[in-house]
Design a protein around this ligand. Structure first.
Ligand code: HOZ
Length: 425
């Protein structure tokens, strides 16, 4: 496989952009080598600057549930370009998008649109503090909620890949407002509430973690969070930036039947353009400015292009809920690998999110995730890449199946993975 063009671009990029990338997870730091510079995407495929074609399981880190360049989204973008690109004033489409989100995710009685998942979680956390008059947040080790200062404590995703335990530049006073607990440990949450109960503003959780690899909740864990938060006057925040509109139309909360107080969304609701949202109970959301004193704002919030792409995506999904059955079928086909893998490999899957962990033990939290053989993962990653299969360059990320992945794409992927194991990898 030729990579000269990507390598040359990476060389140039490194002299002008830190690490040569605009987000650390793209840097291949966990696996080595130059990242592939992508020039085009179509359906389940991406194409790099050297002309190589890949079956893409990164899917822009989750947003592309319908694959690259779905016709509905492209048409909506063409239409909106005739009207304008930004007004900094309200538009009808924003209302439509907020209404559609609220109808599909009923716990989001009111919705505020923002520009990124980080903004959504940061705002939700501030709102929880403003509403409860308390300062502390419980989060879970290995969960990642964007690069919010107080949430960069024992965080997953790029922080886990790069081995950064606590981010530099975060004042200790901010980090001290965060209590990081093991995911799936009800006992740890109970103990924290016993000690700090009346000071905890919110518990924020990825209901299915995607940022230490894919780690589903143990039975009863999310229910226990709901119960404990309700009993202590603490708000439960589901960070559904990754799981929203992916695990079901109504997200993980619909799949598991839990109603959080606040929810953050991102990725899929922008159809590949930058948008995110937070929302929840009306009595809480009414504290947001200009109604209340919890301030949050944004010049490009509700940007017409992003709203149009998001609307086109969500309208398509609500009109075609059978897409979720298709995603389940394709993802189950991929997870069949489980029956073919040698010892030392564990596959976790929830709907169309999956991770193949190089560990013989179940991966249920950050302690078990970090015991994985990351050197073996790196070999696996490059083996697949060379064969035109593009997964995230880190053991601590989830893979995503899209509605554009065909049965043939999945069997080609399964065959390549089997070849790796047959060759003793
Ligand atoms: N949640 C994504 C990775 N796990 C974010 C992508 C990024 O950090 O660029």
């Amino acid at each position: 496989m030729k990579t000269a063009r990507s390598e040359a671009l990476f060389e140039r990029a490194q002299s002008i952009i830190p690490g040569g990338v605009n987000s650390p997870v793209r840097a291949f730091r966990g696996v080595g080598g130059a990242p592939r510079f992508i020039v085009r995407g179509e359906g389940s495929r991406v194409y790099d600057a050297d002309g190589n074609e890949y079956i893409d399981y990164v899917c822009s880190w989750g947003p592309l549930l319908l694959g690259h360049r779905p016709p509905q989204v492209i048409a909506a973008l063409r239409e909106i370009l005739e009207e304008g690109t930004s007004f900094g004033a309200p538009t009808e489409r924003e209302v439509l998008l907020a209404e559609l989100i609220s109808q599909t995710v009923p716990s989001m009685e009111m919705v505020r649109l923002v520009n990124s998942g980080t903004e959504a979680t940061m705002s939700a956390l501030r709102l929880a503090r403003g509403f409860t008059g308390r300062d502390l947040t419980i989060k879970f080790e290995g969960c990642y909620h964007g690069h919010v200062d107080s949430l960069l404590v024992k965080a997953g995703s790029g922080m886990a890949t790069l081995g950064i335990a606590d981010a530099a530049g975060v004042p200790p006073a901010f980090a001290e407002t965060t209590i990081a607990l093991p995911f799936n440990s009800i006992a740890a949450v109970e103990a924290a509430f016993k000690t700090h109960g009346d000071k905890i503003a919110s518990v924020i959780v990825e209901p299915v973690v995607g940022n230490m690899g894919c780690v589903p909740p143990s039975p009863g864990f999310l229910e226990a969070l709901r119960d404990l938060t309700a009993r202590h006057g603490t708000l439960l925040i589901f960070d559904e930036v990754m799981t929203g509109f992916r695990l079901a139309l109504g997200g993980a909360q619909a799949r598991f039947g839990i109603k959080p107080d606040l929810t953050t969304l991102g990725k899929i609701i922008g159809g590949g353009l930058p948008i995110a949202a937070y929302g929840g109970r009306k009595d809480i959301m009414r504290k947001v400015a200009p109604l209340g004193a919890v301030y949050q704002a944004g010049t490009l919030s509700g940007n017409p292009l992003a709203v149009a792409a998001g609307l086109a995506t969500l309208c398509h999904l609500t009109a075609h809920p059978e897409i979720y059955d298709l995603l389940e079928t394709r993802s189950a086909q991929l997870a069949l690998l489980k029956t073919m893998t040698p010892p030392g490999v564990t596959i976790n899957r929830a709907g169309s999110m999956f991770t193949l962990f190089f560990s013989s033990d179940p991966v249920t939290d950050w302690e078990s995730a970090k015991r994985c053989d990351t050197a073996r993962f790196a070999k696996f990653f490059h083996f697949l890449l060379e064969r035109g299969i593009y997964i995230a360059p880190s053991q601590f990320e989830a893979g995503f199946v899209s509605a554009a992945h065909s049965e043939k794409d999945i069997s080609a992927t399964v065959d390549a993975a089997r070849e790796f194991f047959k060759a003793g990898g």
